[in-house]
Write a protein that binds this ligand. Sequence first.
Ligand code: NAD
Length: 266
Amino acid sequence: MTRIAITGAAGRMGRVLIQAVEAAEGATLGAAIVRSDDPMLGIDAGAIAGLQPLGMKAVASLEEVADQFDVLIDFTMPEVTMANIEFCRQHGKCIVIGTTGLSDDQKAQMKVAAGEMGIVFAPNYSVGVNLCLNLLRMAARVMGEDSDIEIVEMHHRHKVDAPSGTALRMGEVVAETLGWDLKEVAVYGREGYTGARPQKQIGFETIRGGDVVGDHTVMFATEGERVEVTHKAQSRMTFARGAVRAAQWVMDQPAGLYDMQDVLGF
Ligand code: NAD
């Protein structure tokens, strides 16, 4: 039985993660952690997630529950995630990270920590998006050199980072396949007299509004035809189920930095 702790338990993803752990076979909720000023502090984790009481109150620090879990699932914000990696490293725990918007420096620190612990880090835990990453590799191989590649994403109005981690990952996968450096070829939005579009470019457009869980489209546009790879998430449960699967999987792996493609065996 994998004992899973969830930090950011009162957040949009945190609540659904509690539901996903409760629904999973072979997993049990070990602890729920919220911010010290969160109104959900001290409330039963089941109630936070809209379930029956689970007999476990949300706490404000990992220290309080250090002996109650094996894997931490963290969908919070970059600086919190970095502190939680360090806690898990010191206490022999694995961590599954969903937080997006990490800097290059933070990702480098995570890689160092993964020398001593199991870490799964993915900008998107849905099976469908991970399938799309493979479809994108194929599309880039077949059409990439001849087409204009544009990535459009839309998310709910509360999202704080842009473009989404998933859009960036999609761009990285396409760039890697073509032997391009994403930093050199990426363009984030366009305005004014931009001149004609060079072919060796990947454009990102970000839309924010309403309650959209996450839409992504990657276009390969040539003269005469256009291929679009689109994914639309309709429920956060798709990410939560994937993260719980990753938590159960990483327990049996040696120390290292993994992503959802590893978990799914792609
Ligand atoms: P949210 O703002 O609803 O939730 C984040 C929660 O973390 C909040 O409740 C906040 O109070 C809590 N928090 C902050 N500091 C904390 C601390 N020190 N201890 C405990 N809790 C703390 O945001 P969200 O929509 O749930 O998204 C969270 C992150 O997950 C974002 O980075 C988002 O992009 C990412 N995300 C990733 C995936 C994926 O599949 N990888 C899917 C959806 C969202």
